[in-house]
Design a protein. Structure first.
Length: 177
């Protein structure tokens, strides 16, 4: 039986490798063995570079697809935002129109008696503020006199110092109206 296997193996004709076929073509073209081997190395590096470029393209395609899909989604979001901004600007315009209309109707229907009442009210408030200032000055003078009697002579402030708002340590200035 082992002889039968040998006969079958011998009967199978082996094909020459790619390298052998390449070298044979080169030598048939008149090149030496070393020149053919160098040409084989050059061709193999070119083929390897092409294969690596193809694999890089194949590897980058899913990334490119994902990038394109993300850009499309981003454009959809931008479009949606633009629509929302348009809607917002229309609503703001309608609110401004409402305010303008309200101001016009308020100006037309404002009774004259109301304006006079408001002026009277403002005058009364002004009088109250002036009275408050006078009372505050009187209280400050009374406080100074009491301190002079109790503590025995801190420097007496004049009304000009009070009016100028000069700050004395330990005391707050009067509010200005």
């Amino acid at each position: 039986m082992p002889r039968e296997k040998l006969k079958k193996d011998i009967s199978k004709k082996r094909r020459p490798s790619e390298y052998n076929r390449f070298v044979k073509k080169q030598m048939d073209a008149g090149k030496t063995m070393s020149q053919a081997a160098d040409a084989w190395k050059k061709q193999k590096t070119i083929l390897n570079e092409e294969k690596s470029a193809n694999t890089k393209i194949k590897e980058s395609r899913p990334i490119e697809k994902a990038l394109i899909q993300n850009l499309i989604e981003l454009q959809k979001i931008h479009t949606d935002l633009a629509l929302k901004f348009d809607k917002l600007s229309k609503e703001i315009s309608s609110i401004l129109a409402l305010f303008e209309m309200t101001a016009r109707s308020f100006a037309k229907s404002m009774p004259v008696g109301e304006i006079e009442k408001d002026k009277d009210f403002l005058e009364k408030i002004d009088k109250l503020l002036e009275q408050n200032k006078t009372l505050a000055k009187g209280l400050m003078l009374m406080e100074d006199r009491l301190k002079e009697r109790v503590y025995g002579g801190p420097p007496h402030r004049s009304l000009e110092q009070e009016d100028s708002g000069a700050m004395i340590p330990g005391k707050r200035p009067l509010p200005r109206f």
